[in-house]
Design a binder for this molecule. Sequence first.
Ligand code: SF4
Ligand code: SF4
Length: 215
Amino acid sequence: MGRYFRDIYISVFTVLKGMYVTMLHFFSKSVTVQYPKERLEIPKGSRNQLLNIIEDCIGCDQCVRACPVNCIYMETIKSFEGDELGETSTGRKKSLWIPSFTIDMAKCCFCGLCTYPCPTECLIMTDVYEYSKHDRNDLIFEFADLDPIKAAELREKDAIRKKEKEAAKLAKLKAKEAAAKAKAEKEAAEEGKTPEKKPEDNPDKKTDNSGEENS
Ligand code: SF4
Ligand code: SF4
């Protein structure tokens, strides 16, 4: 019988205790935020969505090299004679075209390492944190603003320039080899000897792998 009344007492007491705690909170100041109607202020230095102020980007590649997950992709083309690329807002001369500057925010780990080495401070963390998407491809952000037709022209011109440079390099190498050969022949002629011919100079004479001559 005593147990019966004790159980009634405990039940009533715990309900009243719970109601007391609830009543206390009912009159105290609310600490919850009614997101998204209400938003807390983002702390200074927080890391959110990245932004490249492309007008100030000089294409130095430092952010790309600093990124530990390789989620920054940049394409640069060296300017051509007569190109006027202008300056950054801090007066730094630009010498590279930037046809593409992409950041894959789906891969980004928000370490912020890319922002520190940026010499023009154009790569920054913004306070934008609400950019979730259904498709992860929508998290790839392109910052370059170069006209695609202009970019295609520049790529074509750059490919020609590279080919010309390669051809010039090859011609220089060949000229160097020819000069060295002529010099060797001249020295040999002066000494009254014919220069010893190398096996590769005589296609009729071939050697097998054992070093023996084949006729
Ligand atoms: S914050 Fe880190 S992971 Fe994200 S782009 Fe910059 S360096 Fe790469
Ligand atoms: S470090 Fe800055 S200036 Fe250099 S490529 Fe990256 S964003 Fe551009």
